[in-house]
Design a protein around this ligand. Structure first.
Ligand SMILES: C[S@@+](CC[C@H](N)C(=O)[O-])C[C@H]1O[C@@H](n2cnc3c(N)ncnc32)[C@H](O)[C@@H]1O
Length: 306
């Protein structure tokens, strides 16, 4: 069984891999789809350092790459890039990669708690040992705070109606299960919109619970100084807010001055560290969408260290 089909695979490889004996970082190894192909392009002097927060993904890759000592795996978040690089005595990388969001395995596996199709605890944490599960938020946050999460991260138009209903229901009984939660949402949206609404609400909670947007910003800030001159950074996103963060960060790193216009000479000392390689983000082709519909919201942005 294939746990996950790697998205925009050829495009990722083309932008990322420039040195066959290089050192690479895959922040979201998942089920090793991208890394397996990256390794095929590399020789025996190369190295891939990889992280994943999810214990299932980590264990799967431990087994998958057990005979390849070029691969160094860590069951942690990609914001720990400095720590794991230090452990591996790596100062600079030829390429840094992240493929955000969740894998198909996580989405389909009932025990992972990411799906509203199976009855499980409404958890939604990638690392179940850290942070607060989604059901705590659903039961404790103010009505307005819940509505804001659904609107901001899920762009859900019925966010207020849904949060009002949640607050009514939780007064009667603590909400903990995915199906219980699903029924509450289904009771306030017309049946034909239910699937899309559920996806948006689950996505919003997942992004919030895992602090995904802040972690992405931290990761980008830490990654650029860890690139060699000519090294590449390649990021795949699946949400407009994530893509905006990558775009803004690359644009900022592409500037050599951030002084206000009225100042005649530059005093900011800003260094231009990146050149953007993808003026517009790359998206999956019709063929890829046909084979892998889950790739539909993917956007790839790449840049090179100056
Ligand atoms: C889309 S999947 C990656 C799939 C992988 N590229 C492949 O082809 O098999 C995203 C993975 O990133 C992990 N993840 C998400 N955010 C993370 C973070 N901040 N740090 C580490 N791993 C993260 C998830 O647990 C998931 O396994």
């Amino acid at each position: 069984m294939q746990h996950h089909i790697p998205v925009l695979l050829n495009e990722c490889l083309e932008y990322l891999v420039t040195n066959e004996s290089g050192i690479y970082f895959d922040g979201t190894i998942g089920f090793g789809g991208h890394t397996s192909e990256i390794l095929k392009k590399l020789n025996s002097d190369s190295k891939v350092v990889a992280t994943d927060k999810d214990i299932n993904a980590f264990n799967y890759c431990k087994e998958l790459f057990k005979n390849d000592d070029r691969v160094k795996l860590f069951n942690t978040g990609f914001t720990d890039i400095n720590t794991v690089s230090k452990i591996e005595s790596i100062k600079l990388y030829d390429g840094i990669f992240a493929d955000l969001g969740v894998s198909s395995f996580q989405l389909d596996d009932a025990a992972s708690g990411f799906t509203y199709r199976a009855d499980t605890k409404l958890d939604l944490r990638m690392d179940k040992t850290k942070g607060v599960p989604a059901y705590e938020i659903i039961n404790k946050y103010e009505e307005k705070e819940l509505a804001d999460i659904f609107y901001k991260y899920g762009e859900e138009k019925k966010s207020r109606l849904i949060s009002k209903k949640i607050v009514e229901e939780r007064k009667l009984k603590k909400i903990t299960g995915t199906i219980e939660f699903r029924k509450i949402i289904e009771s306030v949206v017309p049946e034909r919109f239910a699937k899309k609404t559920l996806s948006r609400i689950f996505q919003a909670l997942r992004i919030y619970v895992n602090n995904e947007l802040n972690e992405l910003k931290i990761f980008l800030e830490k990654s650029v100084p860890l690139l060699k001159q000519g090294g590449r950074i390649v990021i795949l996103t699946y949400h407009s807010l994530e893509d905006r963060i990558v775009k803004d960060h690359f644009n900022f790193e592409n500037l050599d001055c951030i002084c206000p216009r009225e100042i005649p000479i530059c005093v900011c000392g800003k260094e231009r560290r990146l050149k953007i390689l993808t003026k517009k983000p790359l998206i999956p082709s019709e063929d890829e969408l046909r084979i892998n519909p889950r790739s539909r919201s993917a956007k790839l942005r790449a840049a090179v260290r100056l």
